[in-house]
Design a protein around this ligand. Structure first.
Ligand SMILES: CC(C)(COP(=O)(O)OP(=O)(O)OC[C@H]1O[C@@H](n2cnc3c(N)ncnc32)[C@H](O)[C@@H]1OP(=O)(O)O)[C@@H](O)C(=O)NCCC(=O)NCCS
Length: 382
């Protein structure tokens, strides 16, 4: 019996391929819409918390008060890191690039989880909570370690955003700062089949474990075409230095056919709805913290880009104004992408659990472009 070979089609960058089904986030790139389980991102940013948003993504519905309290309590109970993990953080080279350190430490967590290879849904849910809850302590811990500061334990009396800022800065954050971070976490939590989510589902689909899947995802997020863009945006703002120099700088980049970081998106060809909200937010927090110059420069870049490439559907993406927001929160530039990890962990974990519900190995083909029938020449004759 012969099996018919299916027709194969090359789709560069998989831009027009649907590779999985998900009920978590919906994106309409042409209209600039993003919803989590049907709820508009703007509504969630105004009304929800990160914990509630993660519950929504994982369970497909908003929690009742009781459910949210229970979920939050389970997360807080998992905030702290196993002793050997704290020791490993203290042993990291202080000049380690944070994303390398985060990727390494997420992977190391598996060594101290007895359930790491338990594939049952119950064990996976528990591991998902652990990974979500422990990532903030990893990030804050490695930042304090590299600065030679005493590492601060998580605060189980507070939500993820507040506890994280306290661990990072050694002081309870103001309500505005905690809320700003909470909103950033909500806005970055999930985004369809982005590169790191895809990567995490590929790993999960081999029936590997959640720690491996999260390690894959962190490595994928690190790239400047994905999660690394917000840090590059901040470097760009620093390099420009003054609003007077914006025009020459941006036109120079476009003339050299270089990309302006924080602009453009594979899916959005209209304004990224997360950027709409972050823009207002960045303005407010930049004003409150005396960083108005950054906001004004960003705004001017946006005007110039709009006139130059707006008609091509290139607008600010989520990274553009999150750079000003994170900087105004006092975060070091190289912590911007780890912040993205903290948030997207919610989306990645939800996707991996979804993947397991009807799992199929994700294994596309590649088009061979090399020669055939080549001769094997002896090494002396090459
Ligand atoms: C996100 C991104 C990778 C999407 O890329 P993509 O869908 O593969 O689109 P392409 O890179 O093929 O770009 C399509 C066109 O828009 C232009 N373009 C895309 N993003 C641009 C940017 N940020 N600045 C200037 N031009 C841009 C490209 O030069 C290309 O122009 P051309 O058709 O005249 O050659 C791309 O927009 C980018 O590199 N942006 C900067 C990095 C960034 O901010 N990433 C974070 C994403 S959330």
């Amino acid at each position: 019996m012969t099996t018919a070979t299916p027709e194969l089609r090359y789709d560069e960058g998989l831009a027009n391929t649907i590779a999985a089904k998900s009920r978590m986030s919906f994106i309409d790139g042409a209209k600039g819409v993003l919803e989590y389980v049907g709820i508009d991102i703007d509504t969630l940013a105004r009304k929800s918390t990160f914990e509630e948003t993660v519950y929504l993504l994982w369970h497909g519905q908003l929690p009742t008060r009781e459910e949210l309290d229970f979920f939050t309590a389970k997360i807080r109970a998992e905030y702290d890191l196993p002793g050997p993990i704290w020791d490993m953080i203290r042993a990291l080279p202080p000049d380690a690039i944070p994303m390398h350190a985060v990727r390494t430490m997420i992977s190391a967590l598996a060594l101290y989880d007895a359930d790491a290879d338990d594939p049952t849904p119950e064990a996976n849910e528990q591991k998902a909570i652990r990974l979500l809850a422990k990532t903030p302590a990893l990030i804050a811990g490695l930042d304090r370690h590299r600065k030679g500061l005493e590492i601060i334990a998580p605060d189980t009396d507070h939500g993820i955003a507040e506890s994280f800022l306290k661990m990072l800065n050694g002081a309870v954050p103001t309500e505005t700062m905690a809320r700003a971070l909470d909103v950033c976490l909500i806005l970055h939590a999930d985004h369809g089949f982005n590169a790191s989510t895809f990567a995490s589902r590929v790993t999960t689909a081999t029936l590997s474990d959640l720690y491996s899947a999260m390690t894959t995802a962190v490595g994928t997020l690190k790239g400047p075409l994905h999660g690394g863009a917000n840090e590059v945006v901040m470097h760009m703002l620093r390099e420009i230095g003054d609003i007077e120099k914006v025009e020459e700088y941006i036109h120079g980049k476009l003339e050299r056919s270089e990309k302006v970081m924080g602009f453009g998106h594979r899916v959005y060809k209209a304004y990224d709805p997360r950027a709409t909200y972050l823009k207002t937010f960045a303005k407010q927090i930049a004003t409150d913290t005396g960083n108005m110059k950054l906001y004004e420069m960003s705004h001017r870049i946006e005007e110039i880009m709009d006139a130059a490439v707006g008609k091509k559907g290139i607008y600010p993406n989520v990274d553009f104004y999150s750079a000003t927001t994170y900087y105004s929160l006092g975060l070091d530039l190289d912590l911007f992408t780890p912040m993205f990890v903290m948030s997207r962990m919610g989306g990645w974990l939800g996707h991996c659990i979804e993947q397991l519900e009807g799992n199929k190995l994700i294994r596309p083909r590649c088009e061979y472009t090399g020669p055939h029938g080549s001769e094997y020449a002896a090494i002396e004759q090459r």
